[in-house]
Design a protein around this ligand. Structure first.
Ligand SMILES: Cc1cc2nc3c(=O)[nH]c(=O)nc-3n(C[C@H](O)[C@H](O)[C@H](O)COP(=O)(O)OP(=O)(O)OC[C@H]3O[C@@H](n4cnc5c(N)ncnc54)[C@H](O)[C@@H]3O)c2cc1C
Ligand code: SF4
Length: 507
């Protein structure tokens, strides 16, 4: 055996799992497709990041109708958390039970909030969570305060939060994963820059999975990271009951336990690409569910413009709103609408990179007068939304999001509120299929092996030594950002593995 545990992927799930298992002394081998993301000036340049896609893959995937698109994702140590906006929220209590939406019902989870709560505590500690307990009326119960106080609003945002409160809403400080010491700002790692949301952090102050997962794991001599090792195939043992070999483009490796954490789309693609004579539809796919129930938040960016007042905020991503999370507030429409949070400040260079044809003067005026938001509605799981492979092995992503009417209403509601607050010009842009940032589903966990790929411990129903620790286990995505739940669940999987190793119940 090359290791006790092989972890495929070093993002939110894989990186957190590696850190959790590192102190056990088990030999751990992490196989990561990408390399360390270079620390260089373009980390913070909008044109490099958004226009030239310096850190994004140049792969071409196809949608359900065969149209090519370039996914906005990258392969690096730390995974997509290198770019994340670092908003780390817990799922709400209601997100674990079945819930009726306008366009259908989300399934309940085979675990409860209580099963994840202690792991949320640990994940918040490891990832520098800044927040304020009790400020968000939909927040689930917590046994302790946030590890760090909330990231303070800048004056313009503080006034806006106050105005939202005066309208009867409950704006709360958005929980954030950044290494900011409010008491010692001059020596703080985080400098509260405007290039956080969507950018890598040049000064390594973002609580991403490289900094908070992989780096602490590698401090243990029993953990190895092999970079630029893309796993292309998993081979099963002779009896087909477990993973025997993990094959990368360069070599192959064996381990007692294999944990797949390549991200929801790539993990499903890898299982499909590993089809063999015993498993012609792909590994772990007796149920036919591998790749199905792809979920991606219905997200819109929103720019609200006050023509007579400039917004001088630098670090803007500090307000969250969950007043429409559980219900719309309209008795005639008794469904949840979703979650609202700030975007990182849309600067002239970000706007110009996204809209190169707009005249520079207009871009500057808009960016200086806008306050920027991100609206999220829950996507609903349906089997037709799925990952498949074409004859050449390339990814085909079929995604027709469900719940668009609720999202339309969330945007309309927010537009009305922004008008009341003095923003007569409000623009929305809904994210398309290429925006795979909040991908989940595809290998869902559940009690029934006919309807799910993983059991409640996230072990494949069909393969005794294969676990999954990325976003693919989720049977429903909720309307809050997914990372903290991926991290907490990876910690839960780690606890399960520790017990299994301790009890000797291993293949
Ligand atoms: C721009 C942006 C902003 C975001 N903002 C937020 C936010 O504010 N809050 C939030 O909660 N979430 C946010 N997200 C989403 C968040 O990053 C993901 O939910 C999270 O990273 C998912 O974790 P994961 O472990 O499933 O996958 P990832 O973190 O993507 O990790 C997968 C890893 O597997 C590697 N890999 C893939 N294929 C292979 C292979 N074949 N062999 C070996 N390695 C492989 C990848 O290189 C990567 O390192 C954002 C994402 C983006 C892109
Ligand atoms: S310095 Fe702070 S605000 Fe800027 S990218 Fe890093 S973590 Fe984000």
């Amino acid at each position: 055996m090359d290791a006790d545990v092989i972890i495929i992927g070093s993002g939110a799930g894989g990186g957190t799992l590696a850190r959790a298992l590192a102190p056990t002394g088990l030999s751990i081998l992490i196989l990561e497709r990408g390399d360390y993301l270079p620390r260089e000036q373009p980390n913070w340049e909008a044109e490099a990041v958004f226009r030239n896609h310096r850190y994004h893959t140049d792969e071409s995937w196809r949608d359900a109708r065969g149209r090519p698109f370039r996914p906005v994702t990258g392969y690096h140590v730390g995974g997509n958390t290198k770019f994340y906006g670092a908003a780390i929220l817990r799922r709400r209590l209601t997100d674990f039970a079945p819930r009726i939406h306008r366009d259908g019902e989300t399934p309940g989870w085979p675990i409860t909030y209580a099963d994840l709560a202690p792991h949320y505590d640990t994940a918040e500690r490891w990832y520098f969570a800044h927040g304020q307990a009790g400020a968000d009326p939909t927040e689930p119960p917590r046994s302790q305060a946030f590890p760090y106080p909330p990231m303070a609003h800048e004056p313009y945002m503080a006034r806006l939060a106050e105005a939202l409160g005066q309208l009867g809403l409950n704006p709360f400080p958005l929980p954030l994963a950044v290494n900011r010491d409010a008491l010692h700002p001059h020596t703080s790692a985080c400098i509260r820059c405007a290039t956080c949301d969507g950018f890598p952090c040049l000064v390594h102050a973002k609580g991403d999975a490289e900094i908070c997962g992989i780096a602490p794991a590698l401090a243990h001599a029993n953990v190895r990271l092999l970079r630029n090792q893309r796993v292309i195939r998993l081979e099963t043992s002779d009896d087909g009951g477990q993973i025997g070999r993990v094959c990368t483009e360069q070599a192959s490796y064996t381990a007692r336990i294999v944990v797949l954490a390549a991200g929801a789309i790539q993990s499903a693609a890898l299982l499909l690409a590993s089809a063999n004579a015993r498993a012609p539809r792909g590994l772990a796919n007796r149920s036919g569910q591998v790749g199905r129930n792809y979920l991606c938040h219905i997200n819109s960016a929103c720019l609200a413009i006050n023509p007579i007042r400039e917004n001088p905020t630098v670090f803007q991503k500090t307000i969250g709103i969950n007043d429409f999370y559980e219900h719309s507030g309209d008795p005639a429409y008794p469904y949840p609408l979703g979650h609202i949070q700030n975007l990182g400040k849309v600067t002239p260079s970000v706007l110009q990179a996204e809209h190169p044809h707009l005249p520079a003067g207009i871009v500057r005026w808009i960016a200086h007068h806008s306050v920027d938001w991100w609206l999220t509605t829950e996507d609903l799981p349906v089997p037709e939304n799925r990952v498949t492979l074409d004859a050449q092995g390339a990814i085909r992503l079929s995604w027709n999001p469900r719940n668009l009417e609720s999202h339309r209403r969330l945007c309309a509601r927010w537009r009305g509120i922004l008008h009341t607050l003095g923003y007569p010009l409000v623009f929305f842009q809904r994210m398309g299929i290429e925006a795979t940032a909040h991908q989940a589903g595809t290998l869902v966990f559940g009690d029934n092996p006919e309807k799910s790929v993983l059991d409640p411990s996230c072990r494949a129903h069909d393969l005794a030594n294969l676990y999954v620790a990325d976003a693919s286990f989720m049977p429903s995505i909720s309307a809050v950002n997914p990372s903290l739940t991926v991290m907490a669940n990876a910690l839960r999987v780690a606890e399960h593995l520790k017990t299994r190793f301790a009890e000797g119940g291993l293949p």
